[in-house]
Ligand binder design. Sequence first.
Ligand code: FPP
Length: 228
Amino acid sequence: MNSLPLKHLAIIMDGNGRWAKERGLKRVKGHEKGAEMIRGITTYCATHETIETVTFYAFSTENWKRPKMEVEFLMKLLDRYLQNELDTYQEHGVRFQAIGNLSQFSTALQKRIKKTEELTRNNTKLTQVLALNYGGRAEITDTVNRLIKEGKTEITEEDISSHLQTPYSDIDFLIRTSGEERISNFLLWQISYAEFYFTPTLWPDFTPDELDTILTDYKQRARRFGGV
Ligand code: FPP
């Protein structure tokens, strides 16, 4: 049995709306609280012995279908989040990177994203990736099209892996909050050999302590990558 690697953790943050509803609040209040919770989880990962990258699903290509006011709120929240988090990134050695089709965001938001990436590029404790307007199928399709444009006529798995927008290691462990047991088009290529964990906890209630408990469970699993 192989001991389990844990370099790349991925998290589907779900349940903000239900968290707000349970408290008689507007959905956006759940997003606000949800955005705040990312910090504690990120700093936990930055001090973890083996985690090098944590990727959060912050906005999917399907999220544009939400009411206009909610989408606008999420955009503003993201801008505010990046502005507020800069100190945390620098203090904890966190490099920030975004994946997804950013061209649909406002110019100001795209600038904020690029600026945050540049300002944190030399941080080495952890890479925090935010998936923004991200879809796994779109990522794979874009990659294949790029390879064709480069003149490739036969495409290998290695070609795709090394040309994805996320040239990070494969996902070792994927956690989804709120009790939903779906992948929702997240990192489809990279989760091929990932372990999954579904917790009923709603994202705004998800703490570093719960993550720590879940990682203890993960360490007890054995992964064979198709071998015996
Ligand atoms: C799903 O909750 C959550 C999302 C839309 C993605 C995660 C977003 C955040 C944590 C807040 C914004 C993030 C940043 C980085 C500023 P939901 O609305 O689907 O919850 P529900 O299923 O209970 O309705």
